[in-house]
Ligand binder design. Structure first.
Ligand SMILES: CC(C)(COP(=O)(O)OP(=O)(O)OC[C@H]1O[C@@H](n2cnc3c(N)ncnc32)[C@H](O)[C@@H]1OP(=O)(O)O)[C@@H](O)C(=O)NCCC(=O)NCCS
Length: 199
């Protein structure tokens, strides 16, 4: 396990997991992205509103075009496609929050049509792997609205520990949100990196 100040992350794509291929999002993904990122229920607890085609186009041209992490403050968003069929099932993100503290954060969004198979867990685990084994991070967090049960279950499934409950921490989409914070340290990662896929 690397124990160094992070320098950069330059993955080779696609990244293969048991059932998925992770790779940068592309213009050909717009329709698939619209089908889930355009849905109010999917966006209920994430920090963006349902997206239309123009917003998705803008993201593809800007933030989602990032394929490497070279400095803190950057985020790597990858699409997760089913290796078997090529369908885009969702997307995952790794934020590099701090170079000095070697800190990162993960996020994940899944098309509900593909829920309940462990795909989001499988993709998110790969982002932990990129953060710890690739970038040499020391600590990776997930910040979740307390009402978002599916997301909290996923963080626990990854082996992340709940550390904090911040009551009415943010005004989120017009109401106070209580945030629960999950974390994993680099020293905890080896016990979880080879977890049975998805579980
Ligand atoms: C959060 C979110 C990604 C979770 O989706 P999910 O389908 O529950 O997660 P997974 O794809 O990992 O699937 C896990 C489920 O599949 C089941 N499953 C079936 N086969 C499985 C396998 N091989 N491996 C793991 N889980 C499997 C699990 O038991 C679990 O079901 P359960 O919650 O009923 O126990 C999804 O609800 C979502 O995209 N929400 C909207 C966006 C969002 O809120 N993102 C998080 C912001 S903090």
């Amino acid at each position: 396990m690397p124990n160094h100040v992070p320098t950069e992350l330059r993955p080779e794509y696609p990244i293969r997991t048991e059932r998925l291929l992770l790779r940068p999002l592309a213009i050909g993904d717009v329709d698939a992205l619209l089908t889930y990122r355009g849905r109010p229920d999917v966006c209920r607890y994430v920090p963006f509103e349902p997206m239309d085609r123009r917003v998705i186009d803008d993201r593809l041209a800007a933030g989602w075009a990032t394929t490497t992490l070279t400095d803190e403050g950057q985020a790597l968003t990858l699409g997760a496609e089913l290796a078997r069929t090529g369908e885009l099932v969702g997307d995952v993100v790794l934020f590099w929050r701090s170079r000095e503290h070697r800190g990162g954060e993960i996020g994940y969004v899944l098309n509900p049509d593909f829920a309940g198979h462990g795909y989001a867990t499988e993709a998110a685990r790969e982002m932990l792997r990129l953060g710890f084994d690739g970038l040499g991070l020391h600590r990776i967090v997930a910040r979740i609205d307390e009402r978002n049960d599916a997301s909290a279950k996923l963080a626990r499934r990854l082996g992340m520990r709940q550390e904090a409950r911040l009551v009415h921490n943010e005004m989120f989409k017009g109401e106070w949100s209580t945030e629960i914070d999950f974390a994993m340290l680099a020293e905890e990662w080896p016990a979880h990196r080879d977890a049975e896929q998805g579980r």
